[in-house]
Ligand binder design. Structure first.
Ligand code: OGA
Ligand code: NI
Length: 448
């Protein structure tokens, strides 16, 4: 039986720069081909699924994982191969072919791997139903608000800036900030650390792999590779970041500069979050002092996202539409790709502004404001040419702190519209619900 036999499970091979890959059943597999000659006579050709770059580590259960052909130095390969029995492979071979991913319905494959394999199509599990596919050609929305935060320090300009922020929070739940106090080198270093991390070997990154949303540090792909029905073209590392001394020892130790570079950025964003909260609470007429301690002791989860170039960006997304759970998310991006929904549910593309940071209102602000402000629904689109990185710093009040509508914002015309919830409640929700199906905030809205 030779490689050209159509009943052979590997029925199509393509040579690419990064090796050879094949479609095996409905999966893409990366093949490793080794030829070895022993005692100057016999060649052994060994073809194996490359476990580091094979899409479905459980393939080995369904198909013989390796084929070895040995010549005796005289007869042609094909003839020799016909007599080769797959039982040549021991169970040890088979178990060594399986991925280190946890047992689940969805074996782990990073999208960095798929991009490296140069798959010409996205595998089926990434293909969204037509109604959920993105429009990639939206006009860049030039009039999204950009707020110069330095003006908050000038008494004469402060109230005008607060008006701009208030308008942005009411209409969009989103604005960009410049002159935010985080130096450009700190921003560039954080992005460089992220780039280096995702460029590490899969093996190295897998040491942090986890699908448990309660873990303070975890590497993963899609939203949650273990439970997602549709997959999203994203790899991520997430880690708790505040107070930094509680968590930094758990962060990636590779690349060696990661902790320093990401740490400097994390600390700077934590300071920025507090300033932004002070301004936003003022626009709601709420007393910052009442919440200051809880803001200072709040949770900061950094989600470092990698969206490699995608062969079919019109069929899939990097992240599905969702809102973030916390108070504010401060987002740093390396290029365009983010889209958000305005209050008429129209999608807008966020223009890329070098050095600017994006501020998104989360569910905790929506609840606190008793619905005066809405958390912004956003999604991530992909590009066929460019990889995009983002660092989302998701802030929330302490993990067990229940947040309900501020009493100052409740009256007869504005009855309590939401039940209380904590960040932990949100984590419990996403560990058993698919946020691509139903938004968390809809689960805590009071019915009227
Ligand atoms: C997120 C998120 C957007 C982006 O991590 O919650 O929405 O651009 N990220 O990566
Ligand atoms: Ni988000």
């Amino acid at each position: 039986m030779g490689m050209n036999d159509p009943t052979h499970p590997v029925h199509r091979t393509i040579c690419g720069e990064s090796g050879v890959w094949a479609r095996v059943g409905s999966f893409m597999a990366s093949l490793k081909i080794e030829a070895r000659r022993e005692r100057k006579r016999n060649w052994t050709i060994r073809i194996s699924l490359d476990p580091a770059a094979t899409e479905n580590h459980h393939l080995s259960h369904q198909h013989p994982p390796q084929f070895a052909y040995e010549t005796d130095g005289s007869s042609p390969l094909e003839e020799q191969a016909a007599t080769t029995d797959h039982s040549l492979f021991t169970s040890k071979d088979i178990s060594s072919m399986e991925g280190e991913g946890e047992c689940s319905d969805n074996p782990f494959t990073s999208v960095m791997t798929l991009t490296k394999m140069r798959v010409p199509h996205v595998p089926q599990r990434y293909v969204l139903p037509p109604s959920q596919r993105p429009t990639l050609t939206l006009d860049l929305t030039a009039n999204l608000p950009i707020v110069d935060l330095s003006t908050l320090h000038h008494a004469s300009q402060r109230s005008l800036t607060l008006d701009t922020i208030q308008g942005a929070c009411k209409e969009l739940g989103f604005f960009q900030v410049v002159n935010h106090g985080i130096p450009l080198p700190v921003i560039h270093d954080a992005l460089a650390a992220a780039t280096e991390f995702f460029n590490l070997s899969l093996e190295e990154k897998m040491t942090l792999l986890s699908d448990n949303v309660h873990n303070p540090v975890r590497y993963g792909t899609s939203l949650n590779h273990a439970s997602d029905k549709v997959h999203y073209w994203r790899d991520f590392i997430k880690h708790y970041s505040h107070p930094i001394s509680d968590w930094i020892h758990l962060w990636p130790s590779n690349p060696p500069s990661y902790k320093d570079k990401m740490g400097n950025y994390a600390k700077a964003v934590q300071v920025l979050h507090k300033q932004l909260m002070e301004a936003i609470l003022e626009t709601l007429g709420l007393n910052f002092g009442n919440l200051q301690k809880e803001i200072e002791e709040g949770n900061q989860l950094m989600a470092i996202n990698c969206y490699p170039a995608c062969p079919e960006p019109d069929l899939t997304l990097g992240m599905p539409p969702h809102s973030d759970y916390g108070t504010l998310t401060v987002l740093l991006q390396s290029g365009p790709g983010l889209q958000l929904q305005d209050n008429k549910k129209k999608w807008l593309s966020v223009p890329f502004v070098e050095g600017a940071l994006l501020v998104q209102l989360g569910d905790q602000i929506e609840v606190m404001s008793n619905g005066q402000y809405k958390s912004v629904v956003h999604q991530v689109t992909l590009s066929a040419e460019n990889k995009r990185l983002s660092i989302a710093s998701l802030h929330s009040l302490p993990i067990n702190k229940k947040i309900g509508p501020a009493p100052e914002l409740v009256d007869e015309q504005h009855p309590v519209s939401y039940n209380e919830f904590s960040f932990r409640d949100f984590l419990d929700y996403i560990s058993s619900n698919d946020i691509a199906d139903k938004r968390f905030i809809d689960s805590i809205k009071k019915s009227v």
